[in-house]
Design a protein around this ligand. Sequence first.
Ligand SMILES: [Zn+2]
Ligand SMILES: [Zn+2]
Ligand SMILES: [Zn+2]
Length: 268
Amino acid sequence: MRLHFLGTGGSEGIPCLSCSCGHCEIARQNPSLRRYPTSLLLLNEENEGLLVDAGTDVNRHLEDVRLQGVALTHWHADHWTGLPRLSWTPRPLPLMCPEPERAGEFLKKGLVPLRKEPFSEERWGPFRLWSLPLRHSVPTWGYLVEDDTSGHSVALLWDTKGLPAESLRFLQDRRPSLAVVDATYPPGTEARNHNNVGEAVELGLQVAREVFLTHFSHQNWPPFRLEDFLALRYPSEAVALAYDGLKHDLSYPLGLSLRDDWARAVKP
Ligand SMILES: [Zn+2]
Ligand SMILES: [Zn+2]
Ligand SMILES: [Zn+2]
């Protein structure tokens, strides 16, 4: 299974419009540090795909993909506003989401919301997925996705602050190989509805061997400073920052090499 990160930012994106903070200024100077709202495409070897969230128009990334369905984490604008355009598809696709009654307000018939309870298994082509409640300001689901062809599995955990006990147990029983976790705020920052970077790493490592961090706010530290923090605090753990456009194949380990390459790329 491959992961294609279409967006890795929080609601405001980076740079945030008219913001002159250091993080936004660095992103204006270096386009590779820009972040659009969080969206992730999962692909198998046959280019069959599963899309998780679309906070902006993502159709151009899907043209060669045989999309099997869309999973939405929650109805905050930075996660769903790309869905209306997608929903014009003449080949209807299933939409997994909390509060499915809200879909009718925004979407055409191409996206068909499912009425599912959390933790029930759903199968879309080669993918099996389970929704699990997260801890956020509105009803929000994370997802566990398994790809039958490769046997890979990944936990997708945004937007959230920690995890409800039942969701944590569910993931610890199944032990996915990789977790992608909400790391909105800088280390040490306390917030009610999102993790800081330290909380995100600890949460990810509780459920998986390897961790990608995502959903960064412009209030977070710029990437090179976060890379240094991760290298010092978690020197032997497979933890990395995701960034827009990153493609990762779960057949390969997520190791320090990736982090070093990324750090070298962004440091002046
Ligand atoms: Zn969000
Ligand atoms: Zn800013
Ligand atoms: Zn949210």
